[in-house]
Design a protein around this ligand. Structure first.
Ligand code: G6P
Length: 608
């Protein structure tokens, strides 16, 4: 959601900024702009719409000379996506340019105050207040100005700021919104995430809240809010630039679907050692685990759907009650948790605003917070008591696939390890699940090989207007993810229901030809879900089923069946989700949708 880049070095800045913004496109945006310091002035170009409009406007950046600048892709919050509301925003004299991610909660008060001092505003954004405030406070010392600015702003922000008096340096700061500093050779950068830096460097600084960065071509200095210099160790990022490129695939989403066996292998294999589950740097031993009376899993979007699977499997292996919650609900409902609660937060980005807030609430109430995160150095990774990384590599498509699969993989590790520590999981079951975990990447590969049939079915069914997904137990949890995937990228209305709930309302929506996707991979519940399938079939539904190989029970009722390899019941969701991801992808592709950047959606939701 919104993307920031900033550059200072010897190259022409505008093309570098445009390239960085292109890498950040996946975050979601509806306008874009850049500002460049050149010849004692700030020059700016910005436009509503896709980056191509800005590219054309600036002739790929060539029209804007200068070797230092800031750029932005905006996902509208305050004010429509227009040219004027696009970032950067200039102060009234044009001496300062600002790009901003986040939301300034007290912008209206600040704006009124500045208006009383004669400042006029041209946009409807909260960000313009920042540019004007900088000008208001500036008395020749940018560092002082930044500190005064921070003292005034309430809300979340990461900022890149140019000052006309400073030909060689620009400024950045963050609070509750992601920003990374890239350390190059004779050039330095900022970006909302590392993907935009990889073409220049793999050495980065992660910033803490309220740290101010002063970037010059040959030097980066970081100050705290008392103006003291902060010493930080650079971190090396393992991802290389190809990880954030399409590599011959038509869409990132498809590339990432196909990468799942490898991502899951990378996530699992270092943790499966000689029959033991090894979770490094983990502070939960048996004694601590026995103190937990409750497990709470909190997340948003697809990560929440992983939590939904997690509830079934963790309760089964630990016999500890597990509650799950959507982060935006959890944070405002006075959750009943305390030191006897293990709170698991799940987040690909580690920057989802609601999940961060929920985690902080949980910690404040004394819960032990364990985070499952993909992005190294992200806010959630840094603030949680324990972190287990999903080694999925950068995920670019807005609709998550490989992050979902690796999150599930980490949950299995936890479930098995906890079950072992507590003695609640019989040895034989543990051993069987361990073996199945070792085989999971291979089985994922097999599941992906069946894609031709799925593509064919998608070509027959892509023009449906409403699709229902049903399942029981973990199949219900996976159905939620299948339904979300489809609606996110194909814009077809779709909903997921627990099979047993059908008769309590949804069945009234079934008409001749309505597509119902029935997940039937939970062995002990196949007969039950088959009855539900028959009920909708009797009302004319077109029935697509997902079943495990060798189980023909659904074939008798369904119009078509997607078969997935069989594994231990605990791990089956990892394979069940594959045809659903592929089906969503192929349907969206048939419809000609913008698969990697669906309308209105953002990869990382960094505001409430
Ligand atoms: C957005 C993304 C989803 C993701 C959700 C939570 O909605 O489009 O794919 O599941 O945010 O993001 P997180 O980074 O916290 O997992």
């Amino acid at each position: 959601m919104c993307g920031i880049v900033g550059y200072v070095g010897s190259k022409q800045a505008a093309p570098v900024l445009l390239k960085g913004l292109a890498t950040l496109e996946y975050r979601g945006y509806d306008s874009a702009g850049i500002a460049i310091w050149h010849g004692g002035q700030l020059e700016m170009a910005k436009a509503a719409g896709k980056l191509q409009v800005l590219r054309d406007l600036t002739a790929e950046g060539s029209k804007l000379p200068g070797t230092m600048g800031i750029g932005h892709t905006r996902w509208a919050t305050h004010g429509e996506p227009t040219d004027v509301n696009a970032h950067p925003h200039l102060s009234r004299s044009g001496r300062f340019a600002v790009v901003h991610n986040g939301i300034i909660e007290n912008y209206q008060q600040l704006k009124t105050r500045l208006q009383r001092h004669g400042y006029n505003f041209v946009s409807q954004t909260d960000t313009e207040v920042i540019a004007q405030l900088v000008e208001y406070y500036y008395k020749g010392d940018m560092l002082d100005t930044m500190i005064q600015l921070m003292n005034q702003l309430e809300g979340s922000y990461s900022l890149g700021i140019l000052c006309v008096d400073e030909p060689e340096r620009f400024y950045a700061v963050r609070k509750d919104s992601p920003l990374v500093v890239g350390l190059g050779q004779g050039e330095n950068l900022i970006a909302s995430d590392v993907a935009a830096l990889l073409a220049y460097t793999q050495e980065v600084y992660y910033l803490d809240d309220r740290e101010i960065v002063v970037l010059a071509a040959d030097k980066v200095e970081i100050y705290d809010s008392s103006r003291d210099l902060v010493h930080k160790e650079p971190q090396h990022i393992d991802w290389d630039v190809s990880a954030a490129e399409k590599g011959g695939y038509e869409h990132f989403m498809f590339k990432e679907i196909m990468e799942q066996p490898e991502s899951v292998r990378k996530t699992l294999s270092p943790r499966l050692q000689d029959g033991q589950i090894v979770l490094d740097d983990f502070h939960i031993d048996r004694e601590r685990l026995e103190q937990f009376r409750k497990i709470y899993i909190v997340a948003c979007g697809s990560s929440y759907h992983v939590a939904a699977v997690g509830k079934y499997i963790l309760e089964q292996t630990t016999r500890i009650p597990v509650e799950i919650d959507i982060a935006s609900e959890f944070r405002y409902r006075g959750p009943i948790i305390g030191p006897d609660t293990l709170m698991i937060v799940i987040s690909q980005s580690g920057e989802t605003a609601d999940t961060i807030a929920a985690m902080r609430e949980g910690r404040a109430l004394g819960a032990h917070v364990l985070a499952i995160v993909n992005v190294l150095g992200s806010t959630i990774a840094r603030e949680a008591d324990d972190v287990l990384y999903t080694w999925a590599g950068p995920e670019i498509a807005v609709a998550t696939t490989k992050a979902y699969s690796t999150q599930l993989a980490v949950l299995y590790l936890l479930a098995l390890r906890f079950g072992q520590l507590l003695g609640t999981l019989p040895e034989a079951e543990l051993a069987a699940a361990y073996r199945a975990l070792e085989q999971l990447p291979e089985l994922l590969e097999q599941a992906l090989q069946k894609r031709e049939h799925i593509q064919h079915m998608a070509s027959q069914l892509y023009n449906k207007h409403s699709i229902f997904f049903i399942g029981r137990n973990v199949d219900y949890a996976v159905a939620m993810e299948g339904s979300l995937k489809l609606k996110e990228i194909s814009y077809i209305h779709s909903e997921a229901y627990a099979g047993g709930e059908l008769k309590h309302g949804t069945i009234s929506l079934i008409e001749p030809g309505t597509l119902v996707v029935t997940l039937a991979t939970c062995d002990r519940l196949v007969e039950k879900i088959k009855s539900n399938a028959e009920e909708v079939k009797a009302r004319g539904a077109y029935l697509l089923a997902v079943a495990v190989e060798g189980d023909e029970r659904l074939a008798k009722v369904a119009d078509a069946v997607f078969y997935v390899p069989k594994t231990e019941a605990l791990l089956q969701p990892s394979l069940t989700v594959i045809p659903l991801q592929l089906f969503a992808y192929y349907v969206a592709s048939q419809k000609g949708c913008s698969i990697d950047q669906p309308k209105n959606l953002a990869k990382s939701v960094t505001v409430e």
